[in-house]
Design a protein around this ligand. Structure first.
Ligand SMILES: [Zn+2]
Length: 133
């Protein structure tokens, strides 16, 4: 078992649905979730907010030498996705051919397996993005 598993379970709403925070005071969106608005500090009133599921590629890199657990997936694309509310999320790009992965390319969120924890272990799913035509 990985030590990180309890954290994975706590993070399920964020991982599955891109659930972030919205500050009712300054109207700024945040992902991952915050408990204090970095902009207004204690005056901020943060509430849960679903992040948009579509965005565009802000920048990307092609990974040829992956970390433990991801070696079998190389090469793959890792991108910073900019959402319409200016929130940026780091995500793997899946099902996206090399010629379509460009800065500014439109993307949408998809669900994919992130890792399997042993033969009978937990399979963690989460969001990734793919380039849309
Ligand atoms: Zn605020």
């Amino acid at each position: 078992m990985r030590d990180a598993l309890p954290l994975i379970w706590r993070k399920i709403p964020e991982r599955y649905t891109l659930l972030g925070s919205h500050c009712n005071n300054c109207k700024t969106d945040y992902f991952p979730q915050r408990t204090i608005c970095p902009h207004c500090r204690s005056k901020g009133k943060l509430v849960d907010k679903q992040m948009p599921r579509e965005g565009k590629v802000y920048s990307f890199t092609e990974v040829h030498s992956g970390p433990a657990g991801f070696q079998h997936e190389t090469p793959y694309f890792l991108a910073i996705i900019e959402l319409p509310n200016k929130v940026k999320v780091l995500s793997q790009l899946v099902d996206s051919s090399k010629d379509k992965v460009k800065v500014g390319a439109p993307v949408k969120m998809v669900f994919r397996r992130i890792f399997a924890d042993g033969a009978e272990g937990v399979i963690a799913y989460g969001f990734k993005f793919k380039v849309v035509n």
